[in-house]
Structure formats: C-alpha cells, structure tokens
Design a binder for this molecule. Structure first.
Ligand SMILES: [Zn+2]
Ligand SMILES: [Zn+2]
Length: 308
C-alpha cells in the first residue's frame, strides 16, 4: 500500500518557488508533507490556521518573518514602488557603504503604518524594526499577500480555499486585530532618513494597542475609553490576578532571557548583554521583544493594577 502512495521527491524549497520568509517556507513544507503522508485536508487546514493565529498574536519571531527578495532594480517598470528597491535605499541612507547590487537578495520586514497604507512606506530593515518602539509587524500582509497565494496554488487544486481558512479565523475572533489601530510613528521617507534620531515620545499602551481590546481577556470591547471589558470589570478579583500574572510573566521572561545571554557571554552585566546584537542568535530577537514589552506594557499593567 505504501508503495502506491505518491512520493514527494524534491525538497520543499525547490518545489515551492516564490516563497519569501522562513516561516512561510516551513509552513508550506509541512503542509505538503502532511498532504503526501495522507493526512486529511481538515487536519492540514487546522494546522495552517493554528500557524496563522500564532502569527496574528505576534508569537512568531521577526527572524522568521524576514522577507528576502532579489533586487532587480533595472527590470521594474516603477522601481520606486518596489519594496526591495525601497529597502535598498533605506539601507544605503543609513549606511553609505551598504550598497546592494543587482540580483542581491535584500532582507526587510513589513510593518503597520499610521500615515499611509502604501506597502513601500511600511518597509523597514530588521534593525530599524527592532529598535523602533512603535513598530508592529503587519501580520495581515504576511498572511494575505505572502502566505495565502502559495497555499492557494497548492490547495486550490484540491478544491480548498485558504483565503476562507483565514476568513474563518477572523469571524471566530470578531475583534479586529491590532491593525490600523496603532498611532505608529511612520517610517521616515527615504530622503529624510539622514536626519534621523527623532525624539522618542513616551506613549501609553492604550495608544499602541487597539483601545477596543480588553487589557485582561483581549476580547473586543464596545465601550470607548474602557481598559477592561464589562465581564472583566464585573469580576475584579480575577482581573486583578490576570493583570498581576501578566506583569510577572513579562518580568520573569526578561530575567530568564538575560540569564541565558549572560551564560553565553560569560558576562553578567545587562549593559554588556545589550551590546550583543547578533542577528543569528534567536535570543537576541526575544530580548528586543521583551524589552519593548517592558517599556510599553509594564507601565500600563502598573497603571491598571493601581486602579483596583
Ligand atoms: Zn475582558
Ligand atoms: Zn546570544
């Protein structure tokens, strides 16, 4: 029986061209593997939906979302609208030695922008993203524009519509995700990049997170200016405990990550650890992420906890 099963004899990458970021490659590879192992489409759908949800919740490391595209500046009709070209230009403005050649693969991330919805205004380099307090990954772009098309190419042949898989997720969730709710500092225009180092304004978390979501259960909140939803306000003890454990969780995670890095470096000081910015180290991304959380979420937790 097993001998009659179709065999997949090319590697995932080779059989799936046009894939752009590591998570996408892994997901497609696994989905195909499950398909050839004879798993049901329902199982595969569940797997893909689980990964999409992880991505939406911001649980995927930016390392796995770096889009790498070939720079073919001369062959584009309107090069100034190509994310790759913009990413190159931004890199060059930041560091004049950073010249990308024709055909070179350029890494970049796609974030949310408050000012415009144009893709090119939301292209940013990994370092820019990591150190921009207000940058959030554009999960909708990653799913809709990057993940769904190759999935549709494969599963469309089998009568499935991955776009519906994603739509089902948003129906179940009901609350609009973080999208468009941020008042994020937009990326500087290519030309104004030289005059960077804008003063970083301190902002409260409500401005980052969709104010429509409850701080405790993250569910959709209909009332304006309410940090907690009605059910969460009705059970203050439970909400207090939730906020407290969320706060402790952030603090503990940070401590844990710094401990790992201090062992790796053989150096206990946080200053020394912060200077380690190896892009190959997965802990680095986690560290930047948790530090963002510490700066943005902890004040809010404290603020809310005081209200009880
Ligand atoms: Zn709630
Ligand atoms: Zn490290």
């Amino acid at each position: 029986m097993a001998a009659l099963m179709p065999q997949r004899c090319v590697s995932g990458l080779a059989s799936l061209p046009f894939l752009h970021y590591p998570m996408e490659v892994k997901l497609l590879e696994n989905a195909l593997k499950f398909l050839f192992e004879g798993q049901s489409l329902a199982t595969i759908k569940k797997y893909v939906q689980k990964k999409m949800r992880r991505l939406e919740k911001g649980l995927v490391s930016p390392q796995d979302l770096i889009i790498c595209k070939e720079n073919k500046v001369n062959s584009y009709k309107r090069p100034h609208l190509q994310p790759v070209v913009v990413a190159c230009a931004r890199g060059r403005e930041a560091d004049t030695a950073n010249i990308c050649l024709y055909g070179e693969r350029v890494p970049y991330l796609v974030t949310y922008g408050a000012r415009t919805n144009r893709l090119i205004d939301n292209v940013c380099s990994l370092y820019d993203f990591l150190y921009d307090e207000t940058a959030f990954l554009n999960t909708k772009y990653y799913i809709k524009k990057q993940l769904i098309p190759p999935l549709s190419r494969v599963f469309g042949l089998l009568g499935e519509d991955p776009e519906n898989w994603y739509a089902e997720l948003s129906v179940r969730k009901k609350a609009p995700s973080t999208e468009s709710a941020f008042s994020r500092r937009s990326l500087p225009e290519v030309s104004s990049l030289r005059a960077r180092s804008p003063p970083r304004k301190k902002r409260v978390i409500e401005q980052y997170y969709s104010s429509k979501n409850c701080a405790v259960c993250h569910s959709f909140c209909t009332e304006e200016d309410a940090s907690l939803c009605q059910p969460c306000r009705a059970s203050p003890q439970k909400s207090y405990f939730c906020l407290l454990s969320a706060q402790r969780n952030v603090e503990y995670t940070r401590k844990h990550l710094y401990m790992i890095c201090s062992r790796c470096l053989g150096e206990p000081s946080e200053q020394a650890i912060d200077q380690c910015i190896s892009l190959d180290c997965p802990i680095f991304y986690e560290r930047v992420k948790i530090n963002k959380k510490v700066r943005q979420e902890l004040p809010n937790y404290r603020h809310l906890l005081q209200k009880f």
